[in-house]
Design a protein around this ligand. Sequence first.
Ligand SMILES: C[S@@+](CC[C@H](N)C(=O)[O-])C[C@H]1O[C@@H](n2cnc3c(N)ncnc32)[C@H](O)[C@@H]1O
Length: 290
Amino acid sequence: MTLPDLLVQCTQMLQSSSVSLGQGTLEMADEAAWLVLWQLGLPLDTDTDLHTETLQPEQVRACLDLVRQRIDRRLPAAYLTREAWLQGVDFYVDERCIVPRSLIAEVLAQGSIDHFLNQAPQRILDLCTGNGSLAVLAAMAYPDAHIDASDISADALAVALINGQRHGMSQRIDWHCVAGLEAPLGQYDVILCNPPYVNDQSMGLLPPEFVAEPHLALSGGPDGMNFVRHMLSRATQHLMENGILVLEIGHERVHFDAAFPTLAPIGLSTSAGDDQVLLINKEELRTLSC
Ligand SMILES: C[S@@+](CC[C@H](N)C(=O)[O-])C[C@H]1O[C@@H](n2cnc3c(N)ncnc32)[C@H](O)[C@@H]1O
């Protein structure tokens, strides 16, 4: 069997199963390619059509076994491969953190926040850093900035530390085990935050792959806004005068608007639309306390 044939077979296996996607891929063919290429030790951008040679039977067996595990165990592919990719950057992943997929990564890669800043940011906070992917991507996007990254979960921070080291960012990122937006966190030009924001009703409907991720990382309470409420009540104290907050809220825009009806955030454009990542400046945040 050749690699293209194997990919067709693995895609068909996934298509006829009940696996859920959304933790790194959106198509069954991409999920199959991720698993198979990883198992064969080939780069993810391999031109698979060029691999016309016959694979060894044990290679085929190992790939089929991995895809079978993905189907039977309903675990995210990243928990099986211990690796995930975001904006072309590889991150170590395990069950201690969610699989990196934040839309804020796109915002960083596109430089979408740059024209809201007076100058290149010097101090950036990645609040709720989890696996540390946004902290690493922010450090790459803004080479002159120092990054603080915080999370309540010591387990997640242990993964983040691995990712900081993997990308040579140990000198540029300080990791803090802190609940919410509290001291010792300081003042920042930019606060990035992909918080737990899934509302209770949606939590109850999550497919097994997402239930496998830490509950703490996803659950945002009845309307998904528990953490966001806490954070917005304190954000002005932690922003420099011209500072901005970049907040991911996913599909919770209706709940966000209901919770903060007077706030006028700016929706940043991402592949998921204009209302899943919001930009709020310090001046706008001040209106919350008026
Ligand atoms: C949606 S995950 C985001 C992880 C990472 N930033 C990303 O984009 O992949 C949310 C993170 O918030 C953390 N978290 C939950 N409650 C928190 C709290 N009260 N204070 C600080 N971090 C919290 C979780 O441990 C989890 O790592």
